[in-house]
Design a protein around this ligand. Structure first.
Ligand code: CA
Length: 244
């Protein structure tokens, strides 16, 4: 049975989650300090880490970043975040978390997300981009193998590289995946739900304003820098990249 590391400094909540997880048949290790959690995750193998962001010692995002720089980065991490902490969620996903859940949460929701995370990321499977494999539904509207184009923009899937008029554009994994979805589906209006599903995984149940944040990031790195209007907003629906 899966072994879960629960990192949460609110003792009551940690105890509650532990009891529920044990009840579901999981093996649980509990820890209330960021630095200690990093040590535990480095010295032991867990199938999943439930990681609070606000922690004494080292905050959850920092723990996540350090984990992702090491061998243990392969363990899926679900973040526990405070309500309205959208930037924490985005930073967390960029740092390699597979999911997040906002406190306070219903235990059923947490259990469901844990099941999904364990299914999508069985031990030893890489996290970054693992759930984005189903992102390219239609055949590329651009040209060449694994090469997607729009005006001066070229996205090279194999090299995981984006350029505009031969100038390199540095995108995070999720920004790259989202841009790929747009370029693959040119002239098709993508709803926030669809984008969220394609970029964050099929079973992902998140807040769709994450999508707006990513679109803003991409625009700040491409539209604003190269003075183009690439991703257009379709009011009340979503976003689209038009081929003409
Ligand atoms: Ca906390």
């Amino acid at each position: 049975m899966a072994h879960i590391l629960v990192v949460e400094d609110e003792e009551k909540l940690a105890r509650f989650v532990e009891l529920e997880l044990v009840h579901e048949g999981y093996e649980v290790t509990k820890c209330g300090d960021g630095r200690e959690a990093l040590g535990l995750a480095t010295d032991n193998t867990y199938d999943l880490i439930l990681l609070d962001i606000m922690l004494p010692g080292l905050n959850g995002l920092e723990v996540l970043r350090r984990l992702n720089n090491s061998e243990e980065g392969k363990t899926p991490v679900i973040l526990l975040t405070a309500r309205d902490a959208v930037m924490d969620k985005v930073s967390g996903l960029d740092a390699g978390a597979v999911d997040y859940i906002t406190k306070p949460f219903a235990i059923e929701e947490l259990l469901a997300r844990i099941r999904v995370a364990l299914k999508l990321h069985p031990s030893g499977q890489s996290i970054n981009g693992a759930s984005a494999g189903n992102a390219s539904g239609n055949k590329a509207a651009g040209t060449g193998e694994g090469i997607l184009c729009w005006k001066g923009l070229v996205l090279d899937e194999k090299r995981h590289r984006v350029t505009y008029d031969d100038t390199e554009v540095a995108l995070t994994n999720r920004e790259f995946e989202m841009l790929k979805v747009f370029l693959t589906n040119q002239d098709i209006v993508m709803t926030r739900d669809t984008l969220l599903e394609k970029v964050c995984g099929y079973d992902y149940v998140g807040e769709t304003n994450i999508v707006d944040v990513y679109v803003r990031f991409i625009r700040s790195k491409i539209d604003e820098v190269f003075d183009v209007k690439m991703i257009e907003t379709v009011r009340g629906v979503g976003y689209v990249i038009k081929s003409e």
